[in-house]
Design a binder for this molecule. Structure first.
Ligand code: ADP
Ligand code: NI
Length: 251
């Protein structure tokens, strides 16, 4: 989406204006500048990737990071940037988003290894990356031993925000934005949804609970993530129970 690139250009220009003589920024400054850049970029989003989603993910990711002993600065920066390069805003192009994140970090004069670290997180965090192109066993197992603690903290926080009361609100907001019905008993959920299908599905919003939301509990990487997910999962199940009771006119 060209608009994102334009906002980035504007912020990068401003960066060079108020840079200190040494050109270096401290961590707090880097976070503040990134926050303003992300806020403006996500301000107009109504597909569930709004600024407040990022705000919640940032806070929860920091909480998890503290508990797990992960690097708080990396986690906070990656959480802030995790939705900036979402493939959906670049006509499905998964690389364009990473390039945008990389360019932003580069303009902050951050070290190349730290940039790689953050880009690794922002490009891996999406649920879609856990799906394969084959329909059998479409969710990959959480068996990758090389995941960094920082990636785990951000990923768990992002997934938790798709669960519980807020996750439900986000699912229907997303569905409404794309004109999807809330439910249609004729259209069955595709529980082994593939990556391609996930990108293009036009199914009712309730199907998304079975295609993604109810799977998240077992996909947590951290202990605190698992603990919170358990509660949010319970709420999702309770919600569905009530939903179907009402659908049948039994309540
Ligand atoms: P991720 O960034 O992990 O790939 P998405 O971008 O797919 O997540 O989802 C953003 C938000 O929109 C989440 O709350 C997600 O549950 C919701 N969402 C995504 N796809 C659908 C869908 N087909 N129907 C309803 N909600 C959806
Ligand atoms: Ni997100």
């Amino acid at each position: 989406m060209g608009e994102r690139l334009l906002i980035e250009e504007k912020f990068i220009k401003n960066l060079s204006k108020d840079r200190s003589p040494t050109g270096k920024m401290d961590k707090q400054e880097i976070i503040k500048k990134t926050e303003l850049f992300v806020k403006e970029t996500l301000e107009k989003d109504s597909t569930g990737h709004d600024w407040w989603h990022t705000h919640r993910v940032r806070n929860l990711a920091k909480r998890i990071a503290k508990e797990e002993g992960a690097d708080i600065f990396i986690v906070e920066l990656a959480a802030l940037l995790h939705d900036i390069g979402d493939y959906k805003f670049f006509q499905g192009d998964e690389e364009a988003g990473s390039a945008l994140v990389r360019k932003w970090l580069h303009s902050l004069k951050i070290s190349p290894s730290l940039i790689n670290n953050i880009v690794e997180i922002t490009s891996q965090v999406s649920f879609m990356h856990t799906l394969t192109n084959k329909s059998k066993d479409s969710v990959k197992k959480n068996s990758v031993p090389t995941l960094s603690q920082e990636l785990m903290a951000v990923t768990d926080a992002d997934r938790l925000d798709a669960m519980g009361a807020i996750g439900i609100a986000r699912a229907f907001t997303y569905g409404g934005f794309f004109n999807r019905p809330i439910y249609d008993p004729i259209i069955k959920p595709n529980k082994s949804i593939t990556k391609e299908e996930y990108k293009t599905t036009e199914a009712p919003s309730i199907n998304h609970f079975y295609e993604k939301l109810l799977k998240l509990k077992d996909m947590m990487y951290t202990d605190l993530g698992r603990k919170i997910a358990k509660k949010r999962h319970r709420f999702l199940k309770l919600y569905l129970k009530e939903f179907f009771k009402e659908w049948k006119g039994k309540m």
